[in-house]
Design a protein around this ligand. Sequence first.
Ligand SMILES: Nc1nc2c(ncn2[C@@H]2O[C@H](COP(=O)(O)OP(=O)(O)OP(=O)(O)O)[C@@H](O)[C@H]2O)c(=O)[nH]1
Ligand SMILES: [Mg+2]
Length: 550
Amino acid sequence: MTIAPARGSGESGELDRRLGALSEAAELASGRLDDDAVDSARAVVAKAGARLGLGLEWTVVALAGPTGAGKSQLFNVLTETELAAVGRRRPTTSSGHAAIWGDGGEELLDWLEIARRHRLESGDLEGLVLLDLPDFDSVEMSHRLEVDRVVELVDLVLWVVEPQKYADAALHDRYLRRLSTHAAAMAVVLNQADLLAAAEVEAWRDDMRRLLAEDGLKGIPIAVVSARTGDGLAELRGLLQERVAAHEAALERLAADLAAAADGLGAGCDSGRPAGVGRDERQQLLAALEGAAGVQTVVQAVADAHRRRGALATGWPFARWVKRLRPDPLRRLRLPEQPQPATRTSLPPPSDVQRAQVDTAARRLADRAAEGLPPPWPRLVRDAAIAADDQVADRLDRAVAGTDLRVTPPRWWRLGGLVQWALAVATVTGALWLLALAVLSYLRVDDIVPVPEMEGIPLPTWLLIMGILTGIELSFILHVVNGVGARRRARRAGKALRAELEQVAEELVVAPVEQELEAHARLCAAVETARAARGAQGLRGAFRGSRRAR
Ligand SMILES: Nc1nc2c(ncn2[C@@H]2O[C@H](COP(=O)(O)OP(=O)(O)OP(=O)(O)O)[C@@H](O)[C@H]2O)c(=O)[nH]1
Ligand SMILES: [Mg+2]
């Protein structure tokens, strides 16, 4: 076996950047994506922080494998000790123990929770922490848990197998396949080669290579050794020396963890960009909100109120009482003259059908906006679009109450009113005058005061007839003018209401939808950063280089 040194760029700064991105991705994914994926991403960030803090000068290598593979014997041979118990009764090793080449590393072992520690002369493996682990296929649950725990933490795992058990499902299904993203942080040791003939060894190696390729671990280093005879051990030692000297095993491992966690969060990122909020859907939502807010009713009330108020201000004074019989439409609906978003109107609440229409329009907008996104994003976007469902009615009412309907009376009403009053005074004067003349005539004294005339018609008759005719005529003209004004004001109020409703649509539906799409975009950008800088600078790029050199 030849393994080239891992010539990574060694940029823990790059790793920091990627970890930051993973952390951001986990925050964005929290509550949106699968909890397990979020938890593992957070665990990777936490673990990386801890491991980087414990020093890259150490390389932690674990011997893992089924019982009887020879892990403990290999540990003894590599440490040139008899520290590990090697036994015939299975399983032999019940808890992890460590050999440390060099001084220090206590905190690292505390973090690994390995209590049994043996310090060795530093030599050519200075910086190596070798762990002998219990068997992962154990009848003892505690053994498996211990293996799973430690395998999560170490920088490099040497999977030790022997000719009988190398194809076991326990190894391939439970570990290798699941760790297919971690090729850079693993190697396989085929132990007890002395039990096979040379030709069988080759076949064994080929078969293992095939199985590893099926596991997704094509190209992972395979060492063939015999812990008993010492065959192949020099090469295995060489591998350890190279990894220890490069000081990058921890970075490689963390980079692999990072990539795997990022993949877990980035499942929904491999599609194209979502369609985004469409114009048509926005218009449909607005139309539904208009219906639910009673815009038609309000607009009608604005027009009616203008006509009524115009008639009261400029109509024929003798007929105004008719207008007073009916209440003011705006007051009846308790629509404030000035915007008052805090007050409630007496508009009827949206009907069930209107509510359903708003709901449907919001869903449609969300579905269209999320088009092109894989699950669960369309559902998340839709949930965001209807999250404020129960606030819609209240928010619409406040929007209507907060709209400036611009119902202030036009200035010319005052002038029109004055003219009408003047005409009314003329009419009444004419009427009283004629009445006085009638009384005088009754008393036969009507010749005392001469009655002025205009073009042969007595002035009081002029005043009465012209007052009435002009007053009615004027009120009719002003009625027409007010009708035009009412329509214009209704249009203006409609526009103002729609502008207000656009805000409601924005606030309750569009913004939440866009926020969700934004979360998707940011999450995917973070995942992309976390996965790897795909250039030559990135760690993974460096790893590829090291593989090619192999
Ligand atoms: N022939 C042969 N036997 C070996 C070799 N390596 C280990 N053994 C034997 O295999 C048996 C198991 O070895 P251990 O080192 O205890 O195995 P282990 O993997 O630590 O087993 P557990 O601690 O139970 O997980 C012992 O009897 C060893 O002597 C080898 O290379 N060749
Ligand atoms: Mg053992």
